[in-house]
Design a protein around this ligand. Sequence first.
Ligand code: NAD
Length: 278
Amino acid sequence: MQIIDGKKISQEIKDELKEKVERLKQQGKEPSLAVIQVGSDPASSVYVGNKKKACAYCGIRSLAYELPEETTEQELVALIETLNTDDTVNGILVQLPLPKQINEDKIIRAISPQKDVDGFHPENVGKLVIGEKGFVSCTPAGIIQLLKRSGVDIAGKRCVVIGRSNIVGKPMAILMLRENATVTVAHSRTQDLKAVCKEADILIVAIGKPKFITADYIKEGAVVIDVGIHRNENKKLCGDIDYEDVAKHTSFITPVPGGVGPMTIAMLMNNCVEAVEM
Ligand code: NAD
């Protein structure tokens, strides 16, 4: 069994990007990311802080917009429209979730698809589905990097993705299809989930339920990727997979923390650099 080290792989990616950014700057191109946070949700503040830190590390200029909780949808759209037309800004990220007076779908659509580094705009989602170049949602894109950089063969393998959310499950399934896996998407209405999972050479779990997946879901020697993040009673982080129970039956597994988590920000940085190159 091999543990896939997401911390190490994300660091490699950030170091490669740092060099790329230096080269771009020599050509007079400076990548920049505008990060908008509405309200002061503590978890969002941590995520935003980590994104700014990663930008600083890679040499990407970050602009922070901290708007009050009572910001209206019109005010937020107006800011996005200003940033859409600002040539010095390559990427725009609105930290989700947003306060309830603001419609998230409207905000996602307000961001120019050319600056949508989260890859949530319907135009980018459509491009992903038909195989055109565009921004890809960061967590699933990071998982592809984890698999490739660990030497896992994807083509022709049976892959099961559990979860069908717009930001993880669905784009994950499309990316695995693009890599020529035979893909099954399982979800809350799937019958006999254990039997479906037991067929998987590569099992990717994004359910949002702590330690849900135990050894009896695993085909011996499978590659297992855990997207879930939870904090247990003792404040320790765990994933959707019961790691202790499952790990010994796998050929490769991602831990929580230190697996998928760090890849999301690394791929956001990657998208910011691509935004300049596009
Ligand atoms: P979500 O709640 O939007 O989706 C969960 C999916 O799981 C749904 O599609 C649902 O059909 C499926 N599901 C729920 N119960 C099920 C069951 N009993 N059997 C089979 N399928 C079931 O969640 P999400 O946004 O996709 O996130 C999933 C998990 O990944 C969460 O724990 C989240 O915190 C984590 N996450 C981590 C990162 C990261 O960077 N590591 C990024 C995004 C999400």
